[in-house]
Design a protein around this ligand. Structure first.
Ligand SMILES: [Zn+2]
Length: 288
């Protein structure tokens, strides 16, 4: 089992879990189980009321169906399962290469909701509605784990730390959204990572296989600015994107996007372009 993204590891486990243990019992009966294009989805029905509310909301938005569409353009040699699960109350997310399953726990989504509620709304997203603070991080955690899954299933070579590569994969997918929608997602993730950065112990986490929250944020914002100077230009000069880093972001994005395209090109189905597929896949993020 791979460790989940650092924001989950540090935020959810170290910060959120002790503050509020989420007691969730799963009845282990997936209410939706669909096989399509080599990707199976499952919404496990949780027993705990807070998790049940999250379950109903995510299911109504068809979040897993959207994520299946997002990565469904890739031909997979084995079935990949996307699962939302009770996880015995854990606030966690991971990809398990033994079962080819991405699991995101309802407790993780609850931990994001709670963490975002603790962070006062301030620039770069003054007055942003709560939902946009949650949808972006939920998309990010699934895409990050999807990165691990695709590296594994397609035997994609990874240089550098895999956790950073999975973050990069997630960012590059989200940056295929139209500018305003990409900004919506990036702002929510920014808010979460800033909150996490304020709470994490950098000395302890220096040896972790995940980068520190502020580094993850800097990498994310650099890719975003490199992808679209107009949509993300106002972030230059912020703590996570100082001017010296911003100057290199177009090159960073260009290298990352070209590398991703090259590594995945031979695995893509023909037909709809990936950008079109991704834009259709994330409609759930903007449903009321
Ligand atoms: Zn990871």
């Amino acid at each position: 089992m791979r460790r989940l993204v650092g924001l989950v590891a540090a935020l959810s486990l170290a910060v959120v879990a002790p503050a509020r243990a989420v007691q969730v019992r799963s009845v282990q009966v997936p209410s939706v189980q669909v096989r399509e294009a080599g990707i199976r989805i499952a919404y496990d029905r949780p027993a705990e009321p807070a998790a049940r509310a999250v379950y109903r909301d995510l299911k109504r938005r068809r979040v897993l169906e959207g994520l299946r569409t997002a990565i469904g353009g890739v031909r997979l040699p084995r079935t990949l399962t996307l699962r939302l699960s009770a996880c015995g109350g854990d606030a966690n997310a991971w990809y398990d290469p033994r079962t080819q399953t991405i699991t995101v726990c309802y407790g993780y989504v609850i931990s994001v909701i709670e963490a975002q509620a603790r962070v006062p709304a301030k620039p770069p997203q003054p007055g942003a509605p709560r939902r946009d603070a949650v949808a972006g991080p939920v998309a990010q955690v699934f895409l990050h784990e999807a990165g691990h899954a695709l590296f594994d299933l397609l035997d994609v070579p990874v240089l550098g730390r895999e956790e950073d590569a999975a973050d990069q994969f997630a960012a590059l997918v989200l940056l295929e959204l139209p500018p305003a929608e990409a900004r919506y997602a990036i702002d929510g993730i920014t808010r979460l990572l800033l909150g996490q950065a304020a709470e994490e112990d950098a000395d302890i986490l220096l040896a972790d296989d995940h980068s520190l929250a502020l580094q993850r944020l800097a990498n994310l914002l650099c890719l975003a600015y490199g992808a679209d100077r107009r949509a993300f230009g106002d972030l230059v000069g912020s703590r996570a994107l100082p001017a010296f880093r911003a100057a290199r972001c177009a090159a960073e994005y260009g290298l990352a996007a070209a590398s991703l395209a090259r590594l995945f090109r031979r695995h893509l189905r023909s037909g709809a372009t990936e950008r079109t597929r991704i834009r259709r896949a994330f409609r759930w993020m903007f449903r009321p």
